[in-house]
Ligand binder design. Sequence first.
Ligand code: PSV
Ligand code: MN
Ligand code: MN
Length: 400
Amino acid sequence: MASGQGLGNRAQERVFAALDGFRIEVPSWGFSNTGTRFGKFVQAAAATSIEEKFADAGEVNKLTGAAPTVALHVLWDTPKGVKDVPQIRQLEEKYGVRAGSINPNLFQDQAYKFGAMANPDADVRKLAIAHLLESVEIGKELGSKDVSIWDSDGSNYPGTQSIRKRIVWTEEALAATHAALGPDQRMLVEYKPFEPAFYHTDIADWGMALMLAHKAGPKAKVLVDTGHHYQGQNIEQIVAWLLHMDMLGGFHFNDRKYADDDLTLGSIDPYQVFRIFHEILSETGPAVKDVAFMIDQSHNLKGKMEAAVQTVVTAQEIYARAALVDREQLGELQDKCDLVAAEELYRGCFWTDVRPMVREWREARGLAADPLAQLKTSGYVEEAAKARGAKNAGSVATYA
Ligand code: PSV
Ligand code: MN
Ligand code: MN
């Protein structure tokens, strides 16, 4: 297809409307030096401060027009970081991006060796709750909507912990957190089957997250991190169910081949992203109104800025492809059980090259026609490397 226009006016309208409404949050930790537990390759241009993270996020938003918020990590965005509300306000103003979800850290304090929310030691559980409440307060002060709770608790060997006691402790911590939420705040409960715990994880899957969120109260929803599933799991079906229950809070997007690889969205399986977006776009009721799209990726080898721009662009392109689906026609074919025609319609949209149309949308909205190319010619990364290189050189990068 030579141009976006070639796809037809109705398709273009659908795609433009979808792109106008599409927003995805970038993580502050995606801009700093990270790695794997086997090694870290320090990048000269990586952000070394909260200001540099905001600067990078602002640049990504400027280039893509779709990333107006940045997720903050309570512990990693230090020294004062997110706790310095006046500074964050200033940075929001200066770089044109707002503080997004607040991410507590319930996994790095030495006290959390045997768990945080579900540690058998009541004092440690209190510490975890205090941190959660502090995160809620930070969110309130920043006017940010979501507190995203990732619970890394679990155990490594059968019989070493009471799974059932830990359910109750987790419920108690989440209830206390929920009780502190302001009227416009939500808490998102993220699940993950394994790592760092290797035998059992206290919130291992969407069923557990759903039950815990349900029990915590109406402001609690489930967060789906695409990397946190067993191989072959049908994520779009989970999404459809959570939408049906009005319990889908948001996503952490990334891709994976083996486990929680945190690779670029759509780099391994773009069809899965398409199928997830199809479920989102198929829902027109209130359940989809506040679903937060967030990126949770860690790039050990790719440049941080390049990876962030590439991810947002990929998300826009796949979202546009999902917007091509004529849902009325598809519904008729599904009801008639015309399997091949339905599948052809569906996968035909997936295989359509929407890039010319997305480019037209960018130009129509005064954005860079090719954000990645624009990033390259802007010299932003080289400038950042010059300004930050000395601070990064020789630094022993931590995961954050
Ligand atoms: C854990 O694997 C996770 O997906 C959680 O969302 C964390 O907050 C994030 O990664 C950063 O480690
Ligand atoms: Mn995540
Ligand atoms: Mn993860």
